[in-house]
Design a protein around this ligand. Sequence first.
Ligand code: HXC
Length: 514
Amino acid sequence: MSLKKNILALREKKAMVQKGGGDAAIEKQIAMGKMTARERIVALLDPESFHEYDLFVQHEERNFGMDKKELAGDGVITGTGTIYGAPVCVYAQDFTVMGGSLGLKHARKITKIMDLALKLKVPCIGINDSGGARIQEGIGALAGYGEIFYRNTLASGVIPQISVILGPCAGGAVYSPALTDFVFVVENISKMFITGPNVIETVLGEKISQEALGGARVHAEITGNAHFYAESEKECFEQIKKLVSFLPWNNSQKAEAITPVAPTFKKNIEDIIPADPKQPYDVRDVIKVLVDKSDFFEVQELFAPNIVIGFGRMDGETVGFVANQPLYLAGVLDCDSSDKASRFIRYCDSFNIPIVTLEDMPGYLPGVDQEHDGVIRHGAKMLYAYSEATVPKMTVILRKAYGGGYIAMNSRHLGADFVFAWPSAEIAVMGPEGAANIIFRKEIMEAADQDAMRQEKVQEYIDKFANPYVAASKGYIDAVIEPSETRSLLLHALQVSQEKEDYRPAKKHGIPPF
Ligand code: HXC
């Protein structure tokens, strides 16, 4: 055959495989409101940047009629491309090919692109749309998932790993994402569960919808498995691109800085915190006053909203923010908020992203529920994450810094590099009412007018401890500052911390309170 004919034959062969599971399956996919796997890759990457590999890989399963089945690309598309010019490795499972189920060769395509990402030291993005382990392949499919999980773990903290859930994802198709850094979900499209409804019906005789088992909002709000929630696939891809723009390619670099733009949020920083210390406010307003262009990219916005985490830029450089949110539960620390924040702190530390902590919380949430849910174990993650982190760490105490929460929120004692406090800061073992009731119990009980005596003692405690000056007198705070100075002081602290080095004892790895 002449080269020309060979080229034509190649084009035909490629076009055949690129049709995935065929017209009927594609129509079904579109009818479900889903993009095809190929459309998704195009929507995610820079125009014309995608290059595909392993298009002609085939499964080798011979049982259960599989010997008669050819599966386009074995149900997964893999390749390289760019996002805003940054290189990425990507894979997208094709639900039109046997429900995107994962057999051994399908898995090996994924592990090959993961290995490439690790060697090239670039982010790896997985678009998951899969019924999990291909039932016909049995152990081969399980082996494939094991090999993916192993690589997810090896790559953790070395390259950014991003997962997108764009269909009903079961079993391994959710466990691999759970091992990655960020999980994206889309309303009505994303479903995540360990065991699919078909299997549940067969084994338990229970009929249950995919949505009820685990839809996008369930995982964005309740389980915390998802970090970003979108209304549409298009919005989801824009979110991924934005996230990638905040991250370095790998853990030996810093995220690329962009031209700084002054904050645009017009609120006066001094007017954000209400005069009454019991009144809530939105801590995101404080962040917006501090970050370039007032552009704050929140992570896990819907889960454990009593703590806010996310990325912003200061003087063009990526910074991670951890902030108590007085709008919810007074910004208290509990099991979920501790999990949420500590994982984010470890993420920032792995990828050389300085952390700014904004503090206003009454401590850890007391009560039987929290104790039995393991607030000791979960809360300890915060202590571990901040103590372990060696990136530049700054804290601004805005208002309440009580008890264990004071220590946990990146205090000087856990290795903070800079601790600033606004004059409204109250640093104490607990709130004035609780403290006065305990330490002056006898005087209050014996007083003729108990309420008057209680008020007097509360005021005495406020005057003594509910201010930043006691902590400042001991050097636990570096400066009591005016709110309007916060941005310039943080910019300065970041600037002088560029070459920060902080040593830790040599070890294989620590044992965090997982
Ligand atoms: C083989 C599968 C499959 C699977 C779906 N298909 N899942 N084939 N192995 N795991 C096939 C279907 O047979 C069907 O083929 C096509 O994909 C589309 O599936 P439907 O059921 O028609 O689609 P839908 O109604 O949308 O339901 C999707 C689903 C459901 C929720 C994913 O198919 C389901 O419950 N599948 C089983 C999920 C599961 O429990 N998997 C095992 C996970 S265990 P046809 O030819 O009819 O179009 C696992 C082990 C790893 O992953 C564990 C790691 C720790």
